[in-house]
Write a protein that binds this ligand. Sequence first.
Ligand code: ZN
Length: 251
Amino acid sequence: MESTKECCTLDHAKDNRRRAWLKGGTGVCAMAWLAGLGFGPDPVEAASLTRSQRDALTPDQVIEMMKKGNERFRSGKMKAQNFLAQKRSSASGQYPAAIILGCIDSRAPAEIILDMGIGDTFNARVAGNIANQDMLGSMEFACAVAGAKVILVMGHTACGAIKGAIDNVQLGNLTGLLETIKPSIETTQFQGERTGKSAEFVDAVAQSNVRHTIDAIRGNSTILADLEKKQQIRIVGSMYDLRNGMVTFMS
Ligand SMILES: [Zn+2]
């Protein structure tokens, strides 16, 4: 592990990786990077994505990268992240592959549960993973300006914001935020107790809310909707299960 990090001394790690990538992925450093995507046996990440590496990825490959990262997380086989090396390699520029819109919940940190390093993804977090104007602007920057290929909306089980919306919590500025979630309550098909006490109902609404957020992204941002139509980006939903650590991607 350590020897691989040392081989990627940062001044030529990027160049080595870029050259190896362009030659078709031979070379030790390129192998380490491919392993980071889950395609190889040696998961060590000692530098951030370069522009050419990120630009060579398709949106589907980025999604695959995130799925493999979550597999590593929940199996306890996370990459050895050299954060100091990543910090140095990304200081002069960032080329993240995705933006993740997740909840603020302390138990749902996207970079950790997807096993990503510094510079790999943008992260937008707000209670209930809603897409308000500021979040839309952030996603437009991430995709249209900075070149991210995927928007991943990530809801999670046992979400307090969803419970609060169901139970009609009124609290300062939170009241308005919860109003954004409420349409998802009405559209949730569920037989049984439709209250915040029902864990199954809360999770069903959280899933509806992810779909609603995606609709809001497409409906309220012509920039992002156009990028998706041109297949330059993909907008996908997912649910993170606090109990088993699994991120389930929605089709
Ligand atoms: Zn939450």
